[in-house]
Design a protein around this ligand. Structure first.
Ligand code: AP5
Length: 217
């Protein structure tokens, strides 16, 4: 499928989870700006060094940095495939630049899929999230705890927490979402983009079924 899609929603709404499933199902490239930034932080690149302080404080990384990442991907690995944008755009400037970039490259935005989940559920999801630094398995201390506290069921390594999943930082990420990102919904509505709202507070499979249906409609 050669179609670009935005998966939109607050931190923890399930953008990464659902975006990865959609990418696999439809053969799309999932471009998560958060994943690109975390990879840069982990490798200590200049991009990572610049982004880390914003991310750990729950603030947005400057638009120019993000637009550089997206431009590089759209001109590179994504050139012949449809893209699922996960966690992008997050500001009006990013949304406007994306419109310009897509037009320049002869691409069209097929849909904006919006996952809706209330803030209290998101705080539990994110502050409870743990991951295995060794094999990548994901857990949640409230929703999907490991058999032994703090240890990976699969490989036995000590589990870690994303620095920005500390409860205070999660609350700041949610504030930033409501202040700077949620207003983009009005932007897309005013441009008559095909915007579809989905209840993200259901089982992963139920949310995925609805998203797949929307992608095919
Ligand atoms: P980013 O990595 O994009 O983080 P986020 O938007 O805060 O999203 P998350 O990855 O935490 O959540 P998600 O919605 O993907 O949900 P997930 O599927 O993981 O960005 C991190 C930071 O990078 C930003 O704060 C900012 O600093 C910077 N950044 C990134 N992009 C930027 C941009 N464009 N501009 C400026 N700065 C940018 O699920 C979350 C948890 O919930 C998991 O544990 C999962 O297992 C669980 N879960 C998922 N679905 C369900 C379900 N249906 N039921 C129960 N649990 C579920």
């Amino acid at each position: 499928m050669r179609q670009d899609v935005i998966i939109f929603g607050p931190p923890g709404a399930g953008k990464g989870t659902q975006g990865a499933l959609l990418a696999e199902r439809f053969g799309l490239l999932r471009l998560s700006t958060g994943d690109v930034l975390r990879d840069a932080v982990q490798h200590g690149t200049p991009l990572g060094l610049e982004a880390r302080r914003f991310m750990n404080a729950g603030e947005l990384v400057p638009d120019a940095v993000i637009l550089g990442i997206v431009g590089d991907h759209l001109r590179g690995p994504a050139a012949t495939r449809g893209v699922i944008f996960d966690g992008f755009p997050r500001t009006l400037a990013q949304a406007q630049s994306l419109d310009g970039l897509l037009a320049q490259l002869g691409r069209t935005l097929g849909a904006v899929l919006v996952l809706e989940v209330d803030d209290e559920t998101l705080v539990r999801r994110l502050s409870g999230r743990r991951s295995c630094p060794s094999c990548g398995a994901l857990y949640n201390v409230y929703l999907k705890p490991p058999r032994e506290d703090g240890r990976c069921d699969v490989c036995g390594a000590d589990l870690g927490q994303r620095p920005d999943d500390a409860a205070d930082t999660v609350r700041r990420r949610l504030e930033v979402y409501h202040e700077q990102t949620q207003p983009l919904l009005a932007y897309y509505e005013s441009r008559q983009a095909p915007l579809r709202r989905v209840n993200g507070d259901r089982a992963v499979e139920a949310v995925q079924r609805e998203l797949v249906g929307l992608m095919q409609s």
